[in-house]
Design a protein around this ligand. Sequence first.
Ligand code: SF4
Length: 165
Amino acid sequence: METILVSACLMGRRVRYDGAAKTSGDALLAAWRAEGRLVPFCPEVEGGLPVPRPPAEIEGGAGGAAVLAGAARVLTADGTDVTQAFLTGARAALAAALSCGARVAILKEASPSCGSLTIHDGTFGGGRLAGAGVTTALLEQHGVSVFGEDRIPAAAVRLRELSRS
Ligand code: SF4
């Protein structure tokens, strides 16, 4: 059975910037968890950031690929540069995926690390743009398919495809 990398906050771990979790009640996720297929991971904590921590956004609303390429930074609202922690966390997430053989990840949407379809626009005003976070960008560059928590059925389709290949 395919192993799945999952944002730790979706599995009830209190690792978000505000010290809370974002526990998913999705039935498919619960079934996969019962089968022992889920590997929880928080790239920001693994990158060395504390809980709680100041929220951070990618400057200019650039995507995670721009951060990986050195073309954009990840900043807190007061301008503190936390780019290196985000890069360290992304690399650790990739290492975890490779280690457990995960080719699918279900990550928290809109996070500057874990977002897959949307990220915040860099203004700390609550606006969102199309784009992926730093960890998602790195995982996708290495062939891991990333889905947000609202796209778990699509992840299931991808898992079925992989199981047939
Ligand atoms: Fe959740 Fe990802 Fe943020 Fe960690 S970095 S709290 S796993 S969204």
